[in-house]
Design a protein around this ligand. Structure first.
Ligand code: KIV
Length: 263
């Protein structure tokens, strides 16, 4: 089993870290049988699995249900769980309760977006023995404020702010941080300036690791193909063709065959 200390070692030894966002037991089992290092139960589950328009709709109950499922599928794997929308903004007790619930559901660590205004929460969780992963750049829980899913840190003031926030996360004791949709040069700079691993998504090749959502890398959604996602399978075609073969077999009375009929 990989731990957060293994990720720290991987960062020191410049061994790229691989994280996959997955949400259920079956997919977790597949990831656990692969060469990936960690599973992220991202709040993107609200969009990918539940069909909501943004991650704002993820609730603590929803996250705990998916964390527990992933843990059942991958009993010995490093599982990071997203603290859902606003859960770190309701004070220390509420944030600690939310993080505690995710750990009791099966997470090894929690991830939270941004730093400003919840530095105390981050420090308190770390001091309480809960590993915290940060998330900077495009922070999808703030999509309504950001005005859409846009690259962050393009201007020099914004880039400076992000560099400062990354250092702040490190000082507060975060063990890693996700950099989402930031210019590659900035992500490389932040990676060089931080001892903790940076895990990029849409942040170029200069981060200490990469994360993709499993259904994106498997190409399950024909309509979703941002430039930063590489499809390692055309899942939507595979699934449609398999379903069509099944439908044709049923209609041609080729399924079930004699050997598929129970005595
Ligand atoms: O929710 C999620 O899947 C994430 C990744 C995209 C980093 O936060």
């Amino acid at each position: 089993m990989k731990t957060i200390t293994d990720l720290a070692r991987a960062r020191r030894e410049l061994h790229p870290i691989v994280m996959i966002a997955a949400y259920d037991a079956l997919m977790a089992r597949l990831v656990a049988a692969s060469e990936a290092d960690a599973i992220l139960v991202g709040d993107s589950v609200a969009m990918v699995v539940h069909g909501y328009p943004s991650t704002v709709h993820a609730t603590l109950d929803m996250m705990c249900t998916h964390v527990a499922a992933v843990r059942r599928g991958a009993p010995d794997f490093l599982v990071v769980a997203d603290l859902p929308f606003l859960s770190v903004r309701r004070g220390l007790v509420a944030a600690t309760d939310a993080a505690g619930a995710l750990l009791q559901a099966g997470a090894t660590a929690v991830k939270l977006e941004g730093v400003a205004g919840h530095e105390d929460v981050i420090a308190h969780l770390v001091a309480s023995g809960i590993p915290v992963m940060g998330h900077l750049g495009l922070t999808p829980q703030s999509v309504n404020q950001l005005g859409g899913y846009r690259v962050q840190g393009r201007g020099s003031a914004d880039a400076e702010r992000l560099r400062g926030e990354a250092k702040k996360l490190e000082e507060l004791g975060a063990f890693a941080l996700v950099l989402e949709c930031v210019p590659a040069l900035l992500a490389t700079q932040i990676t060089a300036e931080c001892a903790i691993p940076t895990i990029g998504i849409g942040a170029g090749a200069g981060t200490a690791g990469q994360v993709l959502v499993l259904s994106d890398l498997l190409g399950f959604d024909a309509t979703f193909h941002p430039r930063f996602v590489r499809r390692y399978a055309e899942g939507h075609t595979l699934v449609r063709e398999a379903l069509n073969r099944f439908a044709r077999d049923v209609r041609a009375a080729h399924f079930p065959a004699r050997e598929e009929v129970l005595a």
